[in-house]
Design a protein around this ligand. Structure first.
Ligand code: IVH
Length: 676
């Protein structure tokens, strides 16, 4: 084991303990996320992680991007840097039939000038996003996307958050750690992770991802790696760029070495195959396809011997030694039980085909968006129709087409309603736009959508404020605008269905706790059209304060890197509307405070003074005090102008009123936990 570098201000036992914890955490992370064979309980893992976090917090000189604690995400970037790949990242030629593969084999033998059988490796073709990981001296130093093959984007902080990516390479007895290696592979989201992610997004009325590949690509391209950290990304590696100090004669051997170094290699890779084995393996994989927990769109065939690969070389875009044998899209037929119309928070009416549930390649498909009225008309989808649905590489689930020959005559055409299905108000379709909207600002469906968005994780993150509760609150007119949330008290909440005094108390505490937000969350929460989490973070960083953003003119907005003209116009328009400015002002009047972003990002608490009030649930006051102090903060007993944060637990006392009167940031336990 290498000696830990002991910095003068770290006591040696601390440095040793941190090193031991890091080593153990890397090892157990690998057992869990790469080998799928954990040795210890999650609780034990969490305990070690907590100990390391505490040590690193108390001794900032221990900071190290290779530490297992680095997987939670780093401060957001303004934009991605680009990097030129040392060796271009090529793509693959496609084969669509056995005959194409036979041709490929014939070509290889001709180019190599041999009559002998060639040995191949067959790998599942993962349907994700290609990445390159660069390790220097065994440490992950950079990760990038494929980009145009020559230049990619640097996404190191995002890739660090993927549990299956080794941050440090593990040295086993016979495997020396290579000096420099560029490892290539595919980042993906499995089907279960994808479905969970979309359910969560649908509940928050965020646009769902069309397929796991889009979800993986979107997650990797986040400027804020803390968002990436919350996405279920996985990795399989399948190749190398430059490699100094890695010995292997064949592709199969190289993958074995990579596995020993700690990289996840797909267990369905087969090497040493001749042409017939390759064709047989294609059928096997096709059979397995529906049962695999992730999407594959074909099989990659590669010449096994590395010396042959070198000799064969590459054409402009693709190597001569590999080919992708693609699968056909998976399609199934089912019937359209109905076409529902959903009203989103912007008032958009979306027709959704309700389908008789059908299993398409391992995923149960029970509805498919029909986007808008034009789309329904173009495809001529009618209620009762038998339709072909597919989840293919890029479009899932989708109604491919109607099978008109199976019509009985009982099918009913769909018409976009002329009134909003939620509030009954008239709907409007602006000329030239495909979308029909409900224009009633008091439409309950829109208000519900807005409140759901406001209370959701990336926004004000109000614990316990779920869909059903919001339906009741809006339905009973207790909440019509964001600020109304902060007027809710235990008495009004206790009157709701399934709401005892205890849950009412918890909810009030959670609402109190959500009053302190970062500027980015505030901007995201108020639901400006086209402004997602990413854009909100960009705006927060560019303007620094709500006032500056409120008063920005369209040019100032459009001048920001990462803000296109459409977003600039939407933001400008939003803040020109009197009702939106009023809603924002009412929020501030009801005690919502915007925190300095450094504290939110979890930077040190040096110089910050905290006061605690009410009952804390996740930790004792004593513990909270200790943890704040270990990060350089101070805890005092009473609120004064010098107080930076009041931490409000359940049943907060008069300190809360005083803090409010003085305009001091009020945070809840979960906010405190975040800062810590
Ligand atoms: S090898 C020079 N192996 O397919 C060889 N690629 O169409 C380049 N892919 O960009 C890639 N699974 O994103 C290789 N087992 C696998 C793969 C794989 C998925 C993707 C990769 C690449 C694309 C090429």
């Amino acid at each position: 084991m290498p000696e830990p570098t002991v910095s003068p201000d770290i006591p040696e036992p601390v440095a040793r303990r941190a090193e031991a914890l890091r080593k153990a955490l890397h090892y157990h992370n690998h057992r869990y996320h790469v080998l799928d064979d954990p040795e210890i309980s999650d609780a034990e893992f969490d305990r070690m992680m907590q100990e390391l976090i505490t040590l690193e917090a108390a001794h900032p000189a221990l900071a190290d991007p290779g530490s297992p604690t680095a997987r939670v995400g780093a401060p957001p970037l303004a934009k991605f840097a680009t990097v030129r790949h040392a060796v271009p990242m090529l793509s693959l030629d496609n084969a669509f039939s056995d005959a194409d593969v036979v041709d490929f084999d014939r070509r290889i033998r001709r180019l190599l000038g041999t009559e002998d059988d060639i040995r191949y490796v067959a790998e599942p073709k993962m349907d994700g996003v290609a990445v390159e990981l660069v390790y220097d001296g065994g440490k992950l130093v950079m990760a990038s996307t494929r980009g145009d093959g020559v230049t990619g984007e640097v996404i190191t902080e995002n890739v660090r958050t993927i549990r299956a990516v080794p941050l440090m390479l593990s040295a086993e007895a016979e495997t020396a750690i290579p000096q420099t290696i560029e490892v290539r592979g595919e980042v993906f989201i499995d089907v279960a992770g994808f479905e969970r992610l979309n359910l969560e997004r649908a509940a928050r009325e965020l646009p769902v991802f069309a397929n796991p590949r889009n979800a993986a690509a979107g997650s990797l391209r986040q400027l804020d790696s803390q968002i990436t950290a919350g996405r279920p990304l996985k990795l399989y590696v399948y190749g190398l760029g430059n490699a100094v100090g890695l010995e292997a004669a064949s592709h199969g051997e190289m993958l074995d070495v990579l596995a020993r170094l700690g990289f996840p290699v797909n267990p369905h890779v087969r090497s040493g195959l001749d042409l017939n084995d390759v064709l047989a393996r294609y059928r096997e994989l096709q059979e397995m396809r529906a049962e695999l927990p992730y999407d594959i769109d074909g099989m990659v065939v590669k010449v096994d011997r590395l010396a042959f690969q070198q000799q064969l070389g590459a054409k402009a875009r693709s190597p001569r030694w590999a080919i992708a044998y693609k699968f056909k899209a998976i399609q199934e037929t089912t019937t359209v039980l109905g076409i529902d119309v959903q009203v989103g928070r912007t008032g958009a009416l979306t027709p959704v085909a309700r389908l008789a549930p059908v299993n398409v390649g391992g995923v149960t498909v029970s509805n498919a968006t029909l986007h808008n009225a034009d789309e329904v008309e173009r495809k001529d989808v009618r209620i009762g129709d038998t339709v072909l649905v597919q989840r293919a590489g890029d479009v899932i689930p989708e109604v491919v087409k109607v099978l008109p020959s199976l019509r009985t005559g009982d099918e009913r055409p769909f018409h976009m309603p002329e009134t909003c299905p939620s509030c009954g108000a008239a709907v409007a379709r602006i000329q030239g736009e495909a979308v029909t909207r409900c224009v009633n600002v008091d439409c309950p469906a829109q208000i519900k959508g807005k409140i759901r968005h406001f209370a959701a994780k990336g926004a004000f993150d109000i614990d316990g404020m779920g869909v059903k509760l919001i339906d009741q609150l809006v339905g009973r007119r207790l909440v019509r605008s964001y600020a109304d949330i902060f007027q809710l008290d235990e008495a009004s909440l206790s009157a709701l269905d399934r709401m005892g005094p205890k849950s009412a108390g918890n909810l009030v505490a959670a609402i109190q706790a959500s009053r302190g937000v970062s500027l980015a969350r505030f901007i995201y929460g108020i639901g400006i059209r086209h402004v997602g989490e990413n854009t909100a973070a960009v705006l927060a960083r560019a303007f620094g304060s709500l006032d500056a953003l409120l008063n920005a003119d369209a040019d100032a907005l459009a001048a920001i890197d990462g803000i296109g003209p459409e977003i600039a116009a939407a933001v400008h328009h939003f803040f020109r509307q009197a009702e939106n400015r009023e809603a924002v002002q009412r929020l501030l009047d009801s005690g919502v405070t915007i925190e300095a972003s450094a504290a939110r990002a979890g930077a040190g608490l040096a110089g910050k003074t905290f006061v605690l009030t009410g009952t804390l649930t996740a930790m004792t006051r004593q513990e909270a005090k200790k943890r704040i102090e270990s990060r350089g903060g101070k805890v005092t007993g009473s609120v004064s102008r010098k107080t930076d944060y009041l931490v409000a637990g359940r049943d907060p006392g008069s300190k809360l009123d005083k803090a409010r009167a003085l305009g001091i940031a009020i945070i809840g336990e979960s906010e405190l936990e975040n800062m810590l």
